[in-house]
Write a new protein. Structure first.
Length: 371
């Protein structure tokens, strides 16, 4: 699993952009995307979000791709300003690697709820202490909220969500601030990511997610909820992101650290030829190109010597082939010449020289053609 580390941020971003733009990656993303979202827009939004948070550039390319692919499947854009989904760095202590995690936003949950086919609209609001707010649970449920529009609204006291269904029914739920904060405290990301940058949005999402357990939800909504639960419990999402039913993407995970060091160490060598040499070595030793590069960086003098020897042999072969072609190059006028006498192997027959050269094994040294 490759990590993008120990490189300038611009270099990391360029490498990651090249990785996302591989034809195999874009093709699979396109297959997963809904009609309202294009591959180019998704990748542009994802790269913008990644570059805003330098820690995301330290994450494995595998986890970044998995998160972007899941965004494609869910039809969500990973942009903190849109509030549909967030890309958050996560330290996987078991693998000692940084991984990207996908946390759905409250607008993302609303979009997924509406796609269930049963929910018509979802709305959510944060209630502040100076707002007029009244609600009643029971046979005749009631919820009334009038925000204070005259200055400071005070501290938040909770949030509510209202689900309206296509059959005309509705349901709502209210969570006091204390309950919301208890959920935040259980989160491993309570001091990072959207809980810090978009606290009100997280309040709304928390109540939407809780109330959705009582409503008919789509598989996509359930997957989004499971991803968030993993993120807040401090566990890796990779097994959910890489669902066994998802088609694998034939993309090359680029070890950018090795690639950069290799390019810097061997920049004076003939690059097209060295690329061919790497492929030959990889096939011969049954290793990846990255593994060959890593070995070259560790022992640069040995690699240069081996490459120089191989290149000299290739040049010699090319010269030999070119020389042979020159020696055997046909002379049109000479090949049209005809034997002055009969062919020794076929008395009474006279052949052109071109015929004898191409078909007779005894042409070399044939007395009939000796001048």
């Amino acid at each position: 699993m490759a990590e993008v580390k120990n490189l300038p941020a611009k270099s990391k971003a360029n490498t990651l952009r090249a990785f996302f733009n591989q034809p195999a990656v874009k093709q699979q993303l396109q297959m997963a995307l809904p009609k309202h979202l294009t591959v180019d827009r998704l990748l542009r939004v994802a790269m913008t979000s990644i570059q805003r948070n330098p820690k995301l550039l330290e994450c494995t390319q595998e986890s970044l791709l998995a998160c972007v692919m899941t965004c494609a499947q869910l039809g969500l854009e990973p942009d903190q300003f849109l509030g549909q989904a967030y890309l958050v760095p996560f330290k996987n202590t078991r693998k000692n690697a940084m991984e990207c995690q996908l946390i759905p936003g409250y607008r993302g949950y609303i979009a997924l709820a509406r796609r269930s086919g049963e929910v018509q609209t979802v709305s959510s609001q944060v209630v502040y202490e100076k707002d007029h707010f009244d609600f009643v649970y029971g046979i005749e449920d009631k919820l009334e909220h009038r925000p204070n529009l005259n200055g400071d609204r005070g501290k938040p006291i909770g949030a509510y969500a209202i689900f309206k269904y296509k059959d005309g029914g509705y349901s709502f739920d209210f969570m006091p601030e204390a309950e919301i904060m208890k959920i935040r405290e259980r989160s491993k990301s309570k001091d990072d990511g959207p809980w810090v940058t978009d606290t009100d949005e997280m309040r709304k999402k928390t109540v939407i997610k809780r109330h959705a357990k009582l409503a008919p939800m789509s598989i996509e909504f359930q997957k989004a909820s499971a991803l968030e639960d993993r993120a807040y419990s401090g566990e890796s999402q990779m097994d959910i992101l890489q669902d066994k039913d998802d088609q694998a993407i034939d993309a090359e995970i680029v070890n950018t650290e090795v690639t950069e060091k290799f390019a810097e160490t061997f920049n004076a060598l003939d690059q097209p030829t060295i690329a061919k040499y790497l492929e030959v070595c990889a096939a011969h030793f049954k290793k990846s190109v990255d593994e060959i590069k890593a070995g070259a960086v560790e022992k640069p003098d040995d690699f240069k010597k081996a490459f120089t020897t191989w290149k000299a042999a290739q040049d010699k072969k090319a010269q030999a082939v070119n020389g042979k072609k020159k020696e055997t190059k046909a002379d049109p006028e000479e090949d049209l010449s005809v034997l002055s006498g009969d062919c020794p192997n076929s008395p009474g027959t006279q052949y052109m020289k071109g015929h004898c050269k191409s078909s007779c094994k005894e042409f070399e040294g044939c007395p009939a053609w000796k001048n």
